[in-house]
Design a protein around this ligand. Sequence first.
Ligand SMILES: [Zn+2]
Length: 65
Amino acid sequence: MAESTLDPDSLIAWQAAVAEADRVNIFCHCHTCGYEWVTSVHQPPCPQCGGERVESIACWQFPDD
Ligand SMILES: [Zn+2]
């Protein structure tokens, strides 16, 4: 009946897990050479070509559509 209701402790744990995932698991895509990788560092230069045109997306945040 209350499946979507999280108790406060569960909600806090979930938020911490999301924050951790965002911090350590960022998907990067280089617009210069097309290289793709996962990193914990926000928007680094591309390790393949050193290009600065890097798009970074938190892995849990991919759009649904
Ligand atoms: Zn590159």
